[in-house]
Design a protein around this ligand. Sequence first.
Ligand code: NAD
Ligand code: TYD
Length: 337
Amino acid sequence: MRVLVTGGAGFIGSAFVRLMLGEDRATRLVNLDKLTYAGNLENLTPVEADPRYRFVQGDICDTQLVLELLREEKPDAVVHFAAESHVDRSILGPGAFVETNVKGTFSLLEAARAVALPRFLHVSTDEVYGSIEEPHDADENYPLRASSPYSASKAASDLLALSYWTTFKLPVMVTRASNNYGPYQFPEKLIPLMISNALEGKPLPIYGDGMQVRDWLYVDDHCRAILAVLERGTPGEIYNVGGSRALPNREVVEKILDAVGQPHSLMTTVADRPGHDRRYAITTEKLERTTGWQARMPFEEGLAQTIAWYRSNPEWVARVRSGEYQSYYASNYGKRA
Ligand code: NAD
Ligand code: TYD
């Protein structure tokens, strides 16, 4: 398969690139990435010399560039990861989220339509369903009730992508995954932020009462689900991807502190996130039934491997946490204490 990946220098995109090339699932893999603060070519060191691999620095909003790449590379599929991906940043500044997530997806869809691309997989999130009351779990027909500018921009791009199937018969598929964790995740999201703060003995900021629930999915399980949908999914369909491991944030953070050998007293309650979704919960039955996919990684094992990775990659963490990260941290956490 010849694949064009967008956002392949980010956390999940780079795991997907390493998986596709590491397991010989792609004969050609082109990675289009703008290299924002979240894009990091160090995540791709294992594949950079691979003759099947090509990196192109560019913006998905640049339809002309995308069109030229599609004409030149003639991929069988586009797998679209590129996005602004962090809820707190969408609260500090929603504009970039509308630009990349909505307009960027539109630009890609237009280019894909122009070349009659055989497959377009849009990588989305369970956050488009908004907060879900117990005891319900969202299936793919659950109403969209996005709460943050991030999730609203993803919901908008999901609907736009699906409309290209309904209207133009561009073979679009959408995956909606729950919270990912694993190596190479930028330490703005809960798990890598708490691991890196715990390893340095710094306070661990818990938003509100810390009883918000997230369903944790190991990043490689997510990438295998995307591959399964790419190979066996049906155009026009949506597939939830969950880890089937729902936990309150406080419990996740306590597990991290225990594993790192730091006291629970490092947890510090800070002001809650505005519009904070209380609970995410999805069913993954459709994906399992139609593709045979199953999550493989138990949470405790995945967490232990992730902590081990952050422990053994202090240079990666230090580089990522220098510069822009410092000003982000000050603006997001400075006023919360
Ligand atoms: P990330 O923030 O780690 O990486 C995003 C990547 O996209 C970066 O490499 C960045 O440089 C690139 N990018 C951003 N704007 C771009 C643009 N305009 N043009 C080209 N490249 C651009 O994100 P992630 O956590 O790897 O998430 C990847 C995708 O998966 C996103 O679409 C996200 O919404 C979705 N998702 C994430 C999670 C999660 O838990 N992280 C869960 C479900 C779905
Ligand atoms: P996050 O990793 O930002 O993912 P999302 O908001 O997209 O689910 O946050 C996961 C949960 O952790 C969410 O309920 C917010 C909470 N959280 C904190 O309590 N403190 C933090 O510093 C961060 C980043 C998140």
